[in-house]
Design a protein around this ligand. Structure first.
Ligand SMILES: [Zn+2]
Length: 350
């Protein structure tokens, strides 16, 4: 067990490229080098790592190939094992680990590269296919489930006056009917946001939820419509369905690598709060902003209405932390400038 000093091992030494046999002994130098000695002359010397030691197979003599091309041969298997062991068991384990490490890195690298390729190319492709083949009943069921669970947990009945609701609904219908899905493709829901505060979000079936808090915060109905037009854009482009499938795809990918991921994927697919917690990509936000400008213009409304809302948010919240909606829809100057530029472009193009 452990670290008894290696004894000298008797055997034969062959000079490089020669079959001339020289009786010699193999031992370890004080620095750990392997030494082949005959009549007190050093015939070969090398660090253990540079010597190729043949594997032990029954009682077949072992061969040690030195970097200089010379060979040491011996039938003393135990002696060789002891002499090539480093200073003990731990050293050998480290030695084996060291030998394994390059292969391990290559393997890990291949796995990472493969996952990246799947994430980069296969997931987006599968997402597109999944969106294309999804029957309308699926987003309907998902959205109904999401809204029901949100109503149970976060949202409550709207306290906006009938008149205010009617005014917003009237404007909403006007912009919805110029969208490709038409007015029948969307349902506007008024809710009191409570802990989610000023917020507006779209569910994949075309349900759009507007909180009282957002309606009260916005500078006028037209600004609310600008936000709703942005949400219509998310629905028309099927952004939330895409994000949902993407999240499911990534979860499946994680499951593929790491085994069980618990109820994560199930949560994403079943729970309503998870559905709105999925954030859109920056690209999708830009697309929805653009959609808002175009739709508002098409409906004969102020295409820059969204800007007025964003500017208000920027001034009111950006400094002191925002709410859910604004963390997923940051009112950055960049975004405001982009919308402004687009609104001007489209207005002059008419
Ligand atoms: Zn958005």
């Amino acid at each position: 067990m452990g670290s008894e000093p290696a004894r000298a091992v008797g055997g034969s030494w062959f000079p490089p490229g020669s079959s001339r046999r020289v009786e010699a002994e193999l031992s370890r130098a004080s620095n750990g080098d392997l030494l082949v000695v005959a009549n007190q002359a050093v015939l070969a010397r090398s660090a253990l790592a540079d010597v190729d030691v043949s594997v032990r197979v029954g009682s077949i003599p072992r061969r040690l190939a030195f970097p200089d091309g010379s060979l040491f041969e011996t039938p003393d298997n135990d002696g060789i094992d002891a002499a090539t062991q480093g200073t003990g068991r731990a050293a050998r384990a480290v030695d084996q680990l060291e030998r394994f490490r390059p292969r391990l890195f290559v393997f890990a690298g291949v796995v990472v590269a493969l996952c990246y390729l799947i994430y980069r190319f296969a997931v987006p492709l599968l997402v597109e296919v999944a969106v294309a083949v999804t029957p309308p009943i699926v987003p309907q069921l998902m959205s109904q489930g999401a809204l029901a669970s949100l109503d149970e947990t976060l949202l409550s009945k709207s306290e906006l006056t009938e008149a205010r609701q009617a005014e917003i609904r009237q404007g909403f219908d006007e912009i919805a009917q110029v969208a490709p899905r038409g007015a029948a493709g969307f349902v506007l829901h008024f809710r009191k946001g409570g802990s989610i505060g000023p917020n507006a979000f779209a569910l994949p079936d075309g349900s759009i939820v507007l909180t009282d808090e957002l309606a009260e915060l916005a500078p006028g109905t037209e600004a609310v419509l600008g936000v709703l037009a942005h949400e219509i854009g998310h629905v028309e482009r099927e952004h939330s369905l895409r994000q949902l499938y993407r999240a499911a795809g990534v979860a499946a990918l994680i499951m593929l690598i790491g085994g069980d991921i618990g109820s994560g994927a199930e949560d994403i697919l079943v729970q309503g709060s998870a559905l709105i917690a999925l954030s859109y990509s920056r690209e999708q936000e830009r697309e929805a902003d653009r959609y808002s400008v175009e739709l508002m213009l098409k409906a004969g409304k102020d295409p820059a209405a969204l800007i007025r809302f964003l500017e208000l948010i920027r001034d009111r919240f950006e400094k002191g932390g925002g709410t859910d909606f604004f963390s997923t829809h940051p009112a950055t100057q960049q975004r405001i400038d982009d919308v402004k530029r687009l609104a001007e472009e489209l207005a002059t193009a008419r």
